[in-house]
Design a protein around this ligand. Structure first.
Ligand code: PRP
Length: 181
């Protein structure tokens, strides 16, 4: 196992990610213009790097909190069952909630999280994801900001893993099929 042997191509370069994150931050700043507190909810683990870069780019006050859900076993396919492994620390009532995801695939995780958070009476719930695979969508869940729409390939890097490694890679790479087949 090694980056050179396992990654076939670079799908989104570090430079392209950083430019897109900055552009997303400008769009998000333009949207949240009232005095209601803004809370970024980072969905662990994959979104940690996107959250860190987006938060640093945002020039409006905001808090951050973390949730972790699990819908995947050891394989590459979603089981369809979503569980909360770690819940938010704080009460979100009256706050603008912006869910930060690394990737939306079937949409099951996002549907579960948005429905769950809406029951807690936030001022609003919106969604920002770095990546989306539209061809994989099973549930048509609304997404407010998307960094990149990508094809149905097994991608790693910038928070995304294969068997828990490669999250640290600063670009989005496509894993060679022979690695996970
Ligand atoms: C990934 C990703 C989303 C979810 C998307 O998380 O971060 O939360 O899967 O898939 P879906 O649209 O089919 O529900 P994963 O369960 O792999 O956990 P991780 O972020 O900790 O790696």
């Amino acid at each position: 196992m090694g980056l050179q042997e396992d990654v076939a191509t670079v799908l989104v370069s570090e430079q392209n990610i950083q430019a897109r994150v900055a552009a997303l931050a400008r769009e998000i700043e333009a949207h949240y213009t009232d005095d209601t507190p803004l809370l970024l909810v980072c969905v662990l683990k994959g979104a940690f790097m996107f959250l860190a870069d987006l938060s640093r780019q945002l020039q409006i006050p905001h808090e951050i909190d973390f949730m972790e859900t699990s819908s995947y076993g050891a394989g590459t396919e979603s089981s369809g069952v979503v569980r909360i492994l770690l819940d938010l620390e704080r009460n979100i009532e009256g706050r603008h909630v912006l869910i930060i995801e690394d990737i939306i695939d079937s949409g099951r995780t996002l549907q579960y999280i948005t429905r769950n958070l809406r029951t807690r009476n936030p001022a609003s719930v919106k969604v920002c994801t770095l990546l989306s695979k539209p061809s994989r969508r099973v549930i048509d869940v609304p997404v407010d900001w998307i960094g990149f729409e990508i094809p149905d390939a097994f991608v790693v890097g910038y928070g995304l893993d294969y068997a828990e490694v490669y999250r640290n890679v600063p670009f989005i790479g496509v894993l060679k099929a022979e690695v996970y087949e």
